[in-house]
Design a protein around this ligand. Structure first.
Ligand SMILES: C[S@@+](CC[C@H](N)C(=O)[O-])C[C@H]1O[C@@H](n2cnc3c(N)ncnc32)[C@H](O)[C@@H]1O
Length: 485
């Protein structure tokens, strides 16, 4: 690995001679593949039995090392959103943020969604998750990952943190800032990141992180928790950004994070004023843990007078509110802006949609949270705030399209359902050729000629998407953009 000279000198000074050699040696080995089981779909215990996993990631109860030959990104379970492939240290921030079902959660720098999918799993469908990223192009994989994971209660925006702060003052119970950074901790896995490193970039990121954290603090409820993380070793972006934040925000204090299996405390000597409390932060170094480089700090905002929640709109108002949403992900502008489309129509559920949705047990409870953007129907999260004037990529769960006299259910709806939640489903074993054919977009022959109409196609009882059955043949309705090539 060709590391920049300035970087080498800096790391040598920070770590000391012996440890620096251990760090360099870490470029010669890897810990294998890792995945995080999606608890919206499966309990880890069942999953471990099915796959021979090689041990738990000690700081994340749903994370596992895996040493098998099988390529996990090609397995049908991957397409079913049963797990997310994630580097072990990157599992820590969402694991460390104490999210409870029912919380209002913000993931401010969310794309491509590694941590948002984990936060959504912790919410278990209760509460509200706002996943935001400033980059329109990166919001595309974010949307896909959230849909694959079967998340029902999230809104995705493509906004600047300052703009969100202007709208959501004191609103969120829990906030994650997984900040843009110089990426030193990823040099082993993504050597291309080495090329863009420079001392100036480290300074630039430190400044940006402080700005983002300032906006995050404005959106924090009293008594709420804010988790800050980076994948860099740079003290300017880690301990010193934490130090700056604490000096600017006296109502926030650092909380102690778990210390296990090689994770290290933050270093007071790497702050400008020798702050002892940064010991509560955690450093992940690749020569000490089975993972890449990461840094995490958990802040708590002091209890105080609860700010008035002006953002919440009454359920009755939802149908009247104007939501802006990209018509579809392809319609995002190349310059990073999202195109906003039409106004929400008054909610009158078309008969064809009602007939289809009546098969889903929760439909009656969902009915008063439906919005339409042109022909597209969405289920808003409960107590969803108003996003008027913001660039919304996705408002809740995309249910499907109301076309002339028919309803076409969406891929996202299939991913959010359990097979027992829809009256017609077929399930094949992961090894069955029908699964491969389905994922490639082909028609599939099914034995049950009695099934006619929309059918949920599943692998081992995990939905993969829709098909339309007619006399023993299942016409493929899998999202063409998701097909296995
Ligand atoms: C480390 S990545 C986030 C990874 C993500 N949390 C995950 O786990 O998949 C940092 C993200 O911050 C976004 N970003 C950069 N500048 C930003 C800003 N000013 N506000 C919000 N997000 C920003 C980048 O587009 C990038 O997606």
């Amino acid at each position: 690995m060709n590391l920049p000279e300035d970087y080498q000198n800096k790391m040598q000074k920070m770590l000391g001679g012996d440890e620096y050699l251990q760090y360099l040696d870490s470029f010669n080995y890897s810990y294998g593949q890792t995945l995080r089981v999606n608890q919206l779909k499966k309990e880890p215990a069942d999953f471990i039995r099915r796959f021979l996993l090689d041990g738990q990631v000690s700081w994340c109860s749903t994370g596992f090392y895996y040493e098998g030959e099988q390529k996990l990104s090609a397995h049908p379970y991957y397409y079913a959103g049963v797990y997310y492939l994630q580097e072990p240290s990157a599992m820590a921030p969402a694991a460390f943020l104490p999210v409870e079902p029912g919380d209002k959660v913000l993931d401010l720098c969310a794309a491509p969604g590694g941590k948002s999918t984990a936060l959504a799993a912790k919410l278990q469908g209760e509460g509200f998750l706002l996943s935001n990223d400033i980059s329109a192009s990166r919001c595309k994989p974010l949307l896909k990952n959230m849909e694959m994971a079967g998340v029902k209660n999230s809104v995705i925006t493509c906004e600047s943190p300052e703009k969100l702060a202007g709208r959501f003052a004191g609103y969120f119970d829990k906030i994650l800032v997984d900040a843009p950074c110089s990426g030193e901790g990823m040099f082993r896995r993504e050597p291309s990141m080495v090329k863009s490193w420079s001392p100036e970039e480290v300074e630039r990121y430190a400044k940006l992180q402080r700005e983002i954290l300032t906006s995050a603090a404005q959106m924090m409820k009293p008594g709420g928790y804010l988790l800050y993380s980076t994948c860099t070793f740079a003290k300017e972006e880690d301990e010193q950004t934490v130090e700056y934040f604490l000096e600017q925000h006296r109502d926030f204090s650092l909380q102690e994070l778990p210390l296990c299996d090689g994770i290290e405390e933050g270093k007071p000597e790497w702050t400008i004023r020798g702050r002892e409390d940064v010991k509560n932060c955690r450093r992940f170094l690749p020569h000490k843990v089975k993972g890449e480089g990461h840094f995490a700090a958990l802040f708590r905002k002091a209890d105080g007078v609860e700010s008035v929640d002006k953002q919440c709109i009454k359920e009755d108002d939802i149908s009247k509110s104007v939501h802006k949403e990209t018509k579809d992900k392809e319609k995002m502008c190349k310059d990073g802006k999202t195109q906003n489309t039409s106004k929400v129509k008054n909610v009158k559920i078309p008969e064809a949609m009602d007939e289809f949705m009546r098969e889903i047990p929760e439909w009656e409870q969902w009915k008063n949270r439906i919005i339409f953007i042109k022909e597209r129907a969405f289920l808003l999260p409960e107590n969803c705030p108003d996003f008027k004037g913001l660039r919304v990529v996705r408002s809740g769960l995309y249910l499907g399209d109301c076309l002339k006299k028919r309803f076409e259910p969406s891929q996202a709806l299939a991913m959010a359902l359990k097979p027992e939640e829809y009256k017609r489903s077929v399930s094949f074993k992961a090894e069955d050729i029908c699964v491969e054919k389905y994922l490639r977009g082909e028609t599939v022959d099914i034995e049950d000629a009695g099934l006619d109409g929309w059918t949920l196609f599943c692998v081992d009882e995990f939905p993969l998407g829709w098909g339309k059955c007619n006399r023993g043949r299942l016409k493929n309705k899998y999202n063409p953009n998701w097909r296995k090539l």
